[in-house]
Design a protein around this ligand. Structure first.
Ligand code: UD1
Length: 355
């Protein structure tokens, strides 16, 4: 069996690393070719993850870099097609919902190569999000859909997708978290930043709807106010950093850092008093770890995290940040059960289906 894995962004690496490892164990004589599209390329957004997660060095680097949606998608398709011609895979595996995912699925589907989509069936029902368009296309044109939560089943049925293409396997991002648990529990990243475990808010923001427009200055002002009540630790995504440079407040009270490696970041989540984010994956990691998460968006494609009791949708409204201390005071401190099949074995189940 010849498999090509196409990955391009930080969360892609986390979701795919355990799947590559499981399939390499199961099919030691198969060809396992890793294609890095280069959508993320800074060391802190890419190489660090390959090192920490033990992902083999990519066999093909497409170096597509940044650009508009059309540019990024088109460059990926153009550069991936000859790689697939050379590799002649039986299967292309792609995770998530980023532009690399969309490009890989379209390229492979047109070459009539079967595609497996990891993290299939998520829907925010908000087509202003580029990721929603990417997910719908990826699911429509993939033959094997690997679902990470049971709510995905209904979403896919509603789009007329046949049951036999759906495989409810669980969450591969949680496989990576479980595999790294000893390391991140011992990492002590909070101490190194000079904050007490349990005392601080960990913040990540990167979605265009929040950081590219007029909401960013007010969000930073609200974070400054929150920092008067609890330390605010904020590793800054490169997209956000560029936008913050234009906001001239100096961001007093915020503990800003470069993007962190995964072990350090999981250590900070596990020890946080609260997490404030617009990321998808972080809503899941906080759910698994039982950490209160506040999501600065109007919707989520991961309602399972709300049902689990850890995630609160604040809306796309910076003023709602001010409600966090009162919500925390009311919240019962107990670890809830993770959603079904978020157990560290999702990748093994993917390997079961494919072998
Ligand atoms: C992308 C995904 C988003 C995902 C996020 C995870 C799409 C449409 N968006 O968003 O779904 O949640 O990755 O991080 O695919 N940049 C750098 N260095 C890098 C990468 C990016 O400086 O290594 C800067 C560039 O200015 C670039 C901007 O960040 O233009 C945005 O990068 P891009 O890959 O287009 O989207 P993300 O915001 O990272």
């Amino acid at each position: 069996m010849r498999i090509v894995y196409v990955i391009g962004t930080r969360p892609n690496f986390v979701k795919t690393a355990p799947v590559i490892a499981a399939l390499r164990r199961r099919l030691p004589d198969g060809r396992h070719a890793v294609v890095h599209t280069g959508q993320h390329y800074d060391r802190a957004m890419s190489e660090v993850f390959f090192e920490e997660l033990g992902v083999p060095a990519p066999d093909h680097m497409l170096e597509v870099g940044s650009g508009s949606h059309a540019e990024q998608t088109a460059r990926t398709m153009e550069r991936l097609e000859p790689v697939l011609e050379e590799e002649k895979p039986d299967l292309v595996l792609v995770p998530g919902d980023v532009n690399s995912t969309l490009a890989a699925v379209l390229t492979a589907a047109k070459m009539q190569i079967p595609v497996g989509h990891i993290e299939s069936g998520l829907r925010s029902f908000d087509r202003t999000m580029p990721e929603e368009i990417n997910r719908i296309v990826a699911d429509e044109f993939s033959e094997h859909l690997f679902l990470h939560s049971d709510e995905a089943i209904e979403n896919l049925r509603a789009e007329g997708i046949a049951e036999e293409r759906m495989h409810f396997v669980g969450n591969t991002m949680i496989d990576t978290l479980v595999a790294l648990e000893d390391r991140f529990r011992a990492a002590g990243s909070a101490g190194r930043l000079g904050v007490e475990p349990g005392s601080y808010a960990l913040v990540t923001l990167h979605r265009p709807a929040l950081v590219d427009g007029a909401l960013l200055p007010e969000t930073l002002r609200q974070l400054g106010d929150l920092a008067k009540q609890m330390p605010v630790v904020f590793p800054v995504h490169p997209r956000t950093r560029k936008k913050m440079e234009a906001v001239e407040s100096g961001h007093p009270g915020l503990l800003l850092s470069e993007p962190l490696g995964y072990v350090d970041f999981l250590s900070l989540i596990a020890d946080a008093g609260a997490v404030l984010t617009d990321s998808g994956g972080i809503q899941e990691e906080t759910t698994y770890l039982g950490i209160p998460c506040f999501t600065l968006r109007n919707n989520t494609e991961r309602p399972v995290t709300i049902r689990a009791g850890t995630n609160t949708l604040l809306g796309l409204d910076p003023a709602a940040i001010a409600t966090i201390p009162a919500s925390l005071a009311k919240r019962p401190a107990k670890r809830l059960k993770p959603p079904p099949l978020w157990d560290g074995h999702a990748s093994e189940r993917i390997a079961d289906v494919l072998t």
